[in-house]
Design a protein around this ligand. Structure first.
Ligand code: UT7
Length: 330
């Protein structure tokens, strides 16, 4: 049987920062931000770490399935903003949730983190390595965001999506295919310069703002438009899917223009595309599970729906997943 998403929930912090917040102290404006990115507002966490975004979503996800924390046997966290360099955030989450008999680890693949982790989770569940796997995609982007740089401060937000991955009870429903790629030559365009083993933290690295995101926006944009559209087409063709077959495209939310270009290559109208970048900005590993959770909760996803997930991000990493939704209506 294929693995499937058997429960889902998300959490975003309560504090809303509209574009007007940045107008007050940066040389930017609502019109530029909306027209260049599609973002109107985002959520910033005032305290805590990435695990604190995950925990409320994880509790809701497990409760919805009607099981207990003791039933969870594996935890995977996709993030580029772990609570600590080590131990892994999966360990912090395990402890905070009081899960007793699980193993787990983190996956670092930036904006493709959720799809890389989902694929790993699917292989584990299908191979018998886990039965009830808690899959978390979450980032507290404010922990690496230069709030004085208008080119990045406006782009990102904090948030988490959590799903439970189990074996499906229907061979036709669940996660049916995946394509994933990595190309380290793209690393130069989007990275964090210091804090790793090559350039450990020092007074100089802090003074030079090297613990923040570095992004060459136009270079990443160009690669993302091609990468996300190409891989979405590749997974459609591989699975003989026409635009009519696809109920939803769930794209990583980095820029509305990248999303529109992908949908247009796939021949999909925008009413078949999940877009919430306007409300949350780019929450990195959180974007795709937050979309899935919101749309399901809004009653817009139904059992049997054919869905394509698609992402592009730092690495470069990119991927697409084809699934058929197996949960009953919310
Ligand atoms: O999720 C991870 C992967 N990341 C992405 O997929 C992001 C991909 N890149 C993008 O989404 C876009 O490149 C950005 C939204 C980051 C930037 O948009 P852009 O249309 O590529 O703008 P740009 O960087 O080419 O900048 C155009 C102008 C520049 O001014 P000059 O040099 O033409 O005078 C920037 O300094 O816009 C300026 N600018 C801003 N102006 C007002 C940059 N940020 C802002 C801002 N407000 N916040």
């Amino acid at each position: 049987m294929p693995a499937t998403i058997s429960s889902i929930a998300h959490y975003v912090p309560p504090d809303v920062y509209p574009n007007s917040y940045f107008e007050k102290y940066l040389d930017t404006n609502d019109e530029w931000i909306k027209s260049r990115t599609g973002i109107s507002e985002r959520r910033f966490a005032k305290s805590g770490g990435t695990s604190d975004l995950i925990v409320p979503a994880a509790i809701e996800c497990v409760e919805r399935r009607g099981i207990s924390m003791d039933d969870i046997d594996c935890i995977i966290v996709a993030t580029v903003t772990p609570d600590y360099m080590f131990p892994c955030t999966a360990a912090v989450v395990q402890d905070k949730l009081g899960i007793k008999k699980a193993w787990g680890f983190d996956i670092s693949a930036a904006c493709s983190g959720f799809l890389f982790a989902l694929t790993t989770a699917v292989k584990l569940v299908e191979g018998g390595g886990a039965r009830k796997l808690l899959l978390c995609g979450a980032d507290k982007m404010t922990s690496i965001l230069d709030m004085d740089d208008r080119a990045q401060a406006i782009l990102f937000g904090d948030g988490a999506g959590v799903c439970l991955i189990e074996q499906s009870d229907d061979p036709e429903l669940g996660i049916l295919d995946q394509l994933l790629y990595i190309d380290g030559a793209g690393g130069q365009y989007l990275h964090q310069k210091a804090g790793g083993s090559v350039r450990p933290a020092s007074h100089e690295s802090v003074d030079n703002k090297e613990h923040y995101i570095y992004q060459d926006g136009p270079a990443v944009f160009k690669a993302a438009v091609k990468g996300m559209a190409d891989i979405s087409m590749e997974i459609m063709e591989k699975n003989n899917l026409s635009a009519d077959d696809v109920a939803w495209l769930v794209p990583h939310q980095a820029n509305h223009r990248i999303i529109s270009a992908t949908a247009s290559r796939m021949g999909l109208p925008e009413d078949k595309v999940m877009i919430n970048i306007n409300k949350y900005g780019n929450t990195t590993a959180g974007t795709i599970p937050i979309c899935l959770s919101e749309w399901w909760r809004n009653g817009q996803m139904h059992k049997g729906d054919r869905i394509v997930l698609s992402s592009f991000g730092a690495g470069f990493t990119w991927g697409a997943v084809y699934l058929r939704w197996s949960m009953e209506d919310y």
